[in-house]
Design a protein around this ligand. Structure first.
Ligand SMILES: [Zn+2]
Length: 281
């Protein structure tokens, strides 16, 4: 399971059984994410307690609850996946200030009244999430990070075989570009795979074919001038045309070498001078 907000600040530890309260992000209502895959079980209005509450039933029978929401984006019966945005934090129901009331119930209890499972035993902090310093201090021993579950597990992958522009990240399979580009050897976690696409974040998808279990040997561009390192269509200084440039600090994968030249893209005839490349691993 994932913590349901990306800025994790626990303002109240286990209460009303073992539910917890999670703060806004410095006053800004955060998107609320489904803790795990499941089906929207109940959407409830509780004016004297939880306000707008979503209950999600997960495949193992555990029910998660999200209270005081200002917005509900899902409908009863809708299937949701881990990390999917289902609502927004708010201050509906009985509150002293805006926050998210979040709890987990085992299948054998009345989920309206008993959030009997310890959230810290089930939820992980995912790589893009940020834990507030006071929460780290207070709950540091109980917090678990997804990265640390099993560092050898096979859903850790590396960006491989992309050209020097990098790998485009999209909002969904075949969807809009997010503007984010991943350079060679960037480490990602694959949460889901679908039709040749890999999900590497809540709404971040990349082509699976540019990911590999193996980290590529990569080089970093250093010492080029402000314009960057010229990429030429042949390993020849004078006759070739400059295709584009690679900025200092960019990572490249080297596919071939010829004298003082290195082929830095799988595409044909993309070469640069080797002297501006420093091997990293
Ligand atoms: Zn609460």
């Amino acid at each position: 399971m994932i913590f349901p907000v990306d800025f994790i600040k626990v303002t109240q530890g286990p209460h009303n059984s073992k539910a917890i309260d999670l703060a806004t992000n410095n006053g800004i209502y955060q998107d609320v994410r489904a803790a795990q895959d499941g089906v929207v079980h109940v959407i409830d209005w509780q004016p004297n307690s939880g306000g707008n509450v979503i209950y999600i039933k997960h495949d193992d029978g555990i029910i998660s609850q999200y209270g005081h929401l200002s917005k509900v984006y899902v409908k009863k019966g809708q299937r949701v996946s881990l990390g999917e945005i289902i609502g927004k934090e708010g201050a509906t129901g009985k509150v002293t200030g805006p926050h998210l009331h979040f709890g987990l119930s085992s299948p054998d209890v009345n989920f309206y009244h008993d959030a009997n499972l310890n959230v810290f035993d089930y939820c992980y902090v995912y790589p893009w999430q940020v834990v507030d310093a006071s929460t780290k201090e207070k709950y540091g021993k109980e917090l678990k990070y997804y990265d640390e579950i099993n560092p050898d597990r096979d859903n850790i992958k590396y960006v491989y075989d992309v050209d020097d522009e990098g790998l485009n990240v999209r909002e969904s399979p075949n969807g809009k570009k997010t503007g984010k580009l991943l350079t060679t050897a960037t480490k990602v976690i694959v949460y889901e795979e679908k039709d040749g696409w890999s999900r590497i974040g809540p709404n971040e998808w990349v082509f699976s074919r540019y990911l590999s279990n193996k980290c590529p040997i990569y080089y970093v561009v250093i010492g080029a001038d402000k314009e960057g390192l010229n990429v030429r269509n042949k390993p020849s200084l004078y006759l070739s045309k400059v295709l584009n440039t690679i900025k200092n600090g960019s990572r490249v994968q080297v596919y071939d070498t010829d004298g003082t030249w290195a082929k830095v893209s799988k595409e044909e005839n993309r070469w640069c001078s080797k002297k501006y490349l420093e091997k990293v691993n």
